[in-house]
Design a protein around this ligand. Structure first.
Ligand SMILES: [Zn+2]
Length: 176
């Protein structure tokens, strides 16, 4: 399963589930890179502005699931467009009801909401993940974080969840 980021390090900042007195029906993600991609192909059924979700895009796949990509700074596809998995559809932003740049990612089937962390095959906790096309960072930044090339290679192999501190440093170092 893809993460909804083309590349970079992606931090889950708010899990799916109870958040204070409200239920958070998605996961919040922040990337070192801001290019948002579809995790699953299908048809764009919404590309519009909502007071809460800001600029958002909804993609419905053939199996009836709809995935929502919210708070975008720009939308690059329109309702009616067909998209394939991994296609760039927008840019992470902070539009709508949002206090900082992040992606609110949500999955529904009809009106039923599903665990969006499960959908992405990542643990529903605040952790770091590596998008595809990211290894180019690791050589250049690993050294900056004070790790030997051997250690960096080990990090690449076992990046999650055992080297949380490394990923935290790396995320801070490359955040734009
Ligand atoms: Zn959210």
């Amino acid at each position: 399963m893809l993460l909804p980021y083309k590349e970079g390090i992606v931090r889950l900042t708010s899990p799916y589930g109870m958040r204070g007195s409200e239920y958070h029906y998605g996961v919040d993600l922040v990337g070192t890179d801001k290019e948002i991609i579809t995790v699953y192909g299908g048809k764009v059924v919404r590309s519009q502005v909502d007071p809460s979700w800001g600029n958002y895009i909804a993609v419905e796949s053939g199996d009836g699931f709809t995935r929502y990509y919210c708070h975008l700074s720009e939308r690059l596809v329109q309702a009616g467009d067909s998209v394939i998995a991994g296609q760039t559809i927008g840019t992470e932003g902070s539009t709508g009801d949002s206090t900082g740049s992040h992606l609110h990612y949500e999955i529904r089937k009809g009106t039923v909401k599903f665990n969006s962390a499960d959908d992405l095959k990542i643990p529903n906790v605040c952790e770091y993940h590596m998008a595809d096309n990211t290894t180019h960072y690791i050589e250049s930044i690993g050294e900056m974080c004070g790790y030997s090339p051997e250690t960096v290679n080990m990090m690449k192999e076992f990046y999650h969840p055992y080297r949380y501190d490394f990923w935290r440093k790396l995320f801070s170092a490359v955040k734009k």
